[in-house]
Design a protein around this ligand. Structure first.
Ligand code: SAM
Ligand code: SF4
Length: 331
C-alpha cells in the first residue's frame, strides 16, 4: 500500500515551501553576507533543477500548494527560466513566487511573467542610492528600480518590496517607504532584522521592532487591517489611509508566529528545515541521490514538519542565532 503522509501531529498546515536555489549572489548585503572571503558551496552539493522539481512534486503530495524561490539570488542561477517553465507545470501547485534583489529583474521580468509567475518580492532597504551602496556593497540602485518599474509595467501584482529595518541605519526612511504605498500599488513589507549567520552584524541596538515601525507609520494616517489568505506568509497587513498599496509587518523576533507558521524550507544543498531559527535540518538530497523510495522521502517531510518549534521559546530572552547563512536558507 502506498505510504500516506500524516501531518496531524503538527497542527499548522504546512502548505508553503521556500526553496533556496543557490547560495550565490550579486550583492553583498551587510546583514546577510560578508563582502569577501565567502565559501560558496561546491556546485555538486547544490540541488540540481531536476532534483528540486522532484522534491517539489513530492512536496505537493504532502500538501504544499505554494512555492517561493529564493537564494542567494535566484536570478543569478543559470537557466532559471527553463526551470521556472517546468516548475509551473507541476500539478497541484497553486502559486509560485520569487524573492529577488531586483538587479537582474529588468532582464528577466517578461520571461518570468510568461512562466505564470505574477507575484514577486524585491528587496530594497533604502530609497537613497548612496545608502543602498553602503548596505549592498554594489552600485545597483538604479538597476533595481528599473527592475521594479518593469515589473509594474508588465502587471506583476502584487509587487512586494522587502525592507529590513535597521535602527540607526535606515529607520529614518520608514515613513518614506510607507508613503510610497499612497501613490503606488506596492506592498511594502517591513522585516525585523534577524540574527542569522555566523558573523551576523545583528545587535540589540540595531534592532527595531515592527511594533515601533507600526507606531511611526500611524502618524501618517489610519492603518486598516487586510485579511490574509491561507497561502499567505506571516505578515500582518494594512492599508495606509488613502493608499493604493499595502504595508506589511514581519515581526519574526518580536511577534512570534510559530502557531500560525505554514512554512517549510528547502536549503540550496537539499536540507529540509522547519524553522529559520532552528538549526535542525533533514538531509533529503542524499537519500534522493541514493535512490530511496518516495515513501521514505515522504517520511522525511513529516519529520521536518514535526521538527517545527511549536512555541517561541527559542527566541527568548535573547534571540537565538541561526548559525547557517541566510543566503543558503533563503530567508
Ligand atoms: N537575494 C534575494 C533578496 O535579497 O531578495 C533573496 C534571498 S534573501 C536571503 C531573502 C530575504 O531575506 C531578503 O528580503 C533579505 O532582505 C532578507 N534577509 C537577509 N538577511 C536578513 C536578516 N539578517 N534579517 C532579516 N532579513 C534578512
Ligand atoms: Fe544577496 Fe539577498 Fe543576501 Fe542581499 S539579502 S546578499 S541580495 S542573498
Amino acid at each position: 500500500m502506498p505510504f500516506q503522509p500524516n501531518f496531524e501531529k503538527n497542527k499548522n498546515r504546512i502548505n508553503y515551501l521556500r526553496i533556496s536555489i543557490t547560495d550565490r549572489c550579486n550583492l553583498r548585503c551587510i546583514y546577510c553576507m560578508p563582502s569577501e572571503g565567502i565559501n560558496f558551496m561546491p556546485h555538486e552539493n547544490i540541488l540540481s533543477y531536476e532534483e528540486i522539481l522532484y522534491i517539489t512534486q513530492l512536496a505537493v503530495t504532502t500538501g504544499i500548494r505554494k512555492v517561493r524561490l529564493t537564494g542567494g539570488e535566484p536570478l543569478v542561477r543559470k537557466d532559471i527560466i527553463a526551470f521556472l517553465q517546468k516548475l509551473n507545470k507541476i500539478e497541484g501547485l497553486e502559486e509560485i513566487t520569487l524573492t529577488t534583489n531586483g538587479v537582474l529583474l529588468k532582464r528577466f521580468a517578461a520571461d518570468i511573467k510568461a512562466c505564470g509567475i505574477n507575484r514577486i518580492n524585491v528587496s530594497m532597504d533604502s530609497l537613497k542610492p548612496d545608502r543602498f551602496l553602503q548596505i549592498t556593497k554594489r552600485d545597483y540602485f538604479e538597476k533595481v528600480w528599473e527592475g521594479i518599474r518593469e515589473a509594474e509595467r508588465l502587471g506583476f501584482d502584487p509587487i512586494k518590496i522587502n525592507v529590513v529595518a535597521i535602527k540607526g541605519f535606515n529607520d529614518d526612511e520608514i515613513l518614506d517607504f510607507a508613503r510610497l504605498t499612497i501613490d503606488k500599488p506596492y506592498h511594502i513589507r517591513f522585516i525585523e532584522f534577524m540574527p542569522v549567520g555566523e558573523n551576523t552584524t545583528w545587535s540589540q541596538q540595531s534592532f527595531i521592532s515592527t511594533g515601533d515601525i507600526y507606531n511611526k507609520i500611524k502618524t501618517l494616517g489610519d492603518l486598516t487591517p487586510v485579511r490574509s489568505h491561507s497561502l499567505d506568509g506571516p505578515a500582518e497587513r494594512f492599508v495606509l489611509e488613502g493608499g493604493k498599496g499595502e504595508i506589511g509587518f514581519i515581526g519574526a523576533l518580536s511577534n512570534h508566529f510559530c502557531d500560525k507558521c505554514n512554512r517549510m524550507r528547502l536549503t540550496a544543498e537539499g536540507r529540509l528545515r522547519g524553522c529559520l531559527f532552528s538549526d535542525k535540518e533533514i538531509d533529503i538530497k542524499t537519500p534522493l541521490r541514493e535512490g530511496r523510495s518516495d515513501s521514505y522521502l515522504f517520511k522525511l517531510f513529516r519529520l521536518a514538519s514535526e521538527n517545527k518549534p511549536k512555541s517561541p521559546e527559542l527566541m527568548d530572552p535573547e534571540p537565538k542565532k541561526c548559525i547557517r547563512k541566510m543566503s543558503s536558507i533563503g530567508g
